[in-house]
Design a protein around this ligand. Structure first.
Ligand code: KG4
Ligand code: ZN
Length: 340
């Protein structure tokens, strides 16, 4: 069996061909980072237009790299939720068109579940049931993952996602987009205790929730020296930038590690899977490794290349396909401002 998976939820146009025994025959990711850089964030209209230009060349390149022809495929999978509406639409229309032309079944992928599934793919172990944490530019969610097609939402951010906070803090510090890698790099030479930033809900064991918006404001005030109506960045020394980055990063990491461990404790399970762009963060990986070892939790973090958006993690579609979860061609996109 061979499946073509498409991913266009945000600002990466990606496709992969994966076999029934989870061998990746080809994976192509066309990043749009350079298009969004000067806006310090993803501009939805630009993202959608870039997907339109890239989706067919990306599919062509993927199929060629896999060394197959389209008629050797057994199914088409596409991430239809959550994401930017215009971006999702491009992948969905491409997938449906291929299904009609090739008379193939359509399989839907939840992008967040796929991020967590990347951990299973990489480890090759049966990680289910587990607690899954997805930390990306748009989401910071905790799930009880009973099976590949049975994810139960436990809690998440009540405002910004962790990656969004990294991107905005990078912009405030004058660092490039995407902010996560830049902040993480700047933090290497910083003092994590130089600034005492807030850790929302961390000491409240009754809540599996995150909040990063107050943290963003606290960083802003630390930069400007207090509340100002307009943000004007003063001249910051390299050491000040490093200290701000390190103190901010530590606050995010404390919250993510604290709540992930709380979710595992409350669930009675003993496996934690962590995926999404922010899971590439060096400090988060380090702290998760230490804390899960202490707590005797088996930890699976997606490998770097599967943390940020890609179509390989769409291999979760193989499990759905085998479970008979095939979609009608009127499948809609769900931008997903609601919890899922
Ligand atoms: O999963 P992803 O590629 O796209 C979404 O689904 O949102 O995640 C992108 C996010 C961006 O906010 C980026 O700044 C963040 O992941 N990110 C990181 C790191 N690498 C990427 N955040 C912290 N540390 C990193 N090393
Ligand atoms: Zn993502």
């Amino acid at each position: 069996m061979k499946i073509l998976t498409l991913e266009t939820t945000c600002d990466e146009t990606a496709a992969a061909v994966i076999t029934g025994d989870f061998k990746v025959l080809a994976s192509v990711v066309a990043s749009q980072d350079n298009l969004h850089q000067r806006f310090h964030g993803v501009v939805p209209e630009i993202a959608a237009r870039a997907h339109v230009e890239r989706i067919l060349p990306v599919i062509d390149e993927t199929v060629k790299k896999a060394g197959i022809t389209l008629d050797e495929l057994d199914a088409i999978a596409v991430a239809n939720t959550p994401g930017l509406a215009g971006s999702l639409l491009v992948g969905l229309v491409a997938a449906k068109t291929l299904c009609v032309a090739l008379k193939l079944p359509l399989v839907a992928v939840n992008h967040l579940h796929a991020h967590i599934y990347a951990c299973k793919l990489a480890s090759g172990e049966d990680v289910f049931p587990c607690i899954g944490m997805i930390v990306s530019g748009g989401h910071s969610n905790l799930y009880r993952c009973n099976a590949p097609s049975d994810f139960e939402y436990l809690g998440g951010t009540i405002d910004d996602a962790a990656g969004e906070a990294f991107d905005k803090v990078a912009s405030m510090l004058g660092l490039p987009y995407p902010g996560g890698p830049a902040v993480s790099q700047a933090a290497v030479n910083g003092d994590r205790k130089a600034y005492r930033f807030p850790r929302s809900f961390l000491n409240d064991e009754s809540k599996l929730a995150f909040s990063f918006s107050g943290l963003k404001t606290a960083v802003r005030y630390a930069i400007t020296g207090g509340a100002t109506s307009e943000f004007v960045r003063p001249d910051l020394s390299e050491q000040q930038i490093a200290d701000l980055a390190a103190s901010f990063e530590e606050a995010v990491v404390d919250c993510l590690v604290g709540k992930a461990l709380l979710a595992v404790r409350q669930s009675g399970l003993s496996t934690l899977c962590v995926g999404g762009g922010v899971a590439a963060n060096r400090r988060l990986r380090e702290r998760l490794a230490v804390e899960t070892e202490k707590a005797n939790i088996s930890l699976h973090i997606a490998p770097h290349e599967l943390c940020t958006d890609n179509a390989v993690m769409g291999a979760i579609a193989i499990e759905r396909f085998r479970a008979g979860l095939i979609e009608d061609l009127d499948l809609d996109l769900i931008p997903g401002l609601v919890r899922q």
